[in-house]
Design a protein around this ligand. Sequence first.
Ligand SMILES: [Fe+2]
Ligand SMILES: [Fe+2]
Length: 380
Amino acid sequence: MHSRSSTDRYASSAEQFSLTGTKDSPLVPVNGNEPTSVDACTSAARSSDWTVLPWARGPLSAAVISALQRPPGTFGPAPPISGIDALSDDDFALALYLCYEVHYRTVTDAGWEWDPGLLTFRAELERAFVERLRDEVVDPRSRFPYEVISALDELIRAAPGPSLSRHLLESGTLEQLREFCMHRSAYQLKEADPHTFGIPRLTGEAKAAMVEIQYEEYGSGVASAMHSHLFGETMDALGLDSSYGSYVEVLPGVTLATVNLVSMFALHRRWRAALVGHLAVFEMTSVEPMARYSSALARFGIGPEGRRFYDVHVTADERHAAIARDRMVAGLIRAEPELSADLLFGAAAVLMLEQRFASHLLDAWANSRSSLVSRDQRAR
Ligand SMILES: [Fe+2]
Ligand SMILES: [Fe+2]
């Protein structure tokens, strides 16, 4: 079912991505067994649904990808989850990412969204993921045993780690900038959607504040101003493929884990406070990096259209940070103070995974390597 045959044009290495920055053919077409032609792929650009499935990276992702090409109800026995790091393993991360994607977009048969077999497997993946998150995230209550807003401020202030935006501004190459956008496309082509799942799970001031933030994330009623759309324009300006899911298969586990985190928080009412903590960190840490990314793009001659995604955030997120901190977080904790630890866990978890993500990219670049998944890694 996953024959490479005529799709082998895409048997490109990460180096090819680095050299061309573009994708020349799909891998596993979503509908039917005939590989999609290059022309069809081009015409499908900017599709908001999945047009191709990625190649598997091991038994876990193979189980999901294979199932998605069959009718719902046929998931079958799940492979064991063992001997991997659930925060960085490529196979694990891709499997979980695809389990979540059926809730965001049309992947194949819509019936997979509530398929008991797929949901059972997802739950097993989530158990392993949460266990590793708990290993890495020190209980924020023990580190910051005071009120939540101050603890959140302190978590953000104390977050260690290298700055991707500073590197890209000061010494990054154009290829590194393109790689960075390929990584971010896994989230930013659906920007705002995960957090929106939180709206019905909140009440009162926290709900109203989240809606106000999300309204602007969705372009304040103007489709072409939606942040996800603006990110597509940045990708276009960089000569990248802005169609949905286009680079997922070359993204490492550390990248997909950052998106899996927010999807897990979004899709479980039980994690609603962690979702609020996650969004608060996003909004409260955005302004300076976004300004640097815009300047980095300008350094390579990218015009205002291609920089708009970042420029918009510099303005919007100054407001969003205040709304998130002083109304959304404060409102939730006033209404449900017992959720304080979950909120800080969500905030600490995103800071930790973002730090691992940044380190991965900077380490690869410091060693003159691509930060994307190579062909050998994909074909293991
Ligand atoms: Fe945004
Ligand atoms: Fe924002």
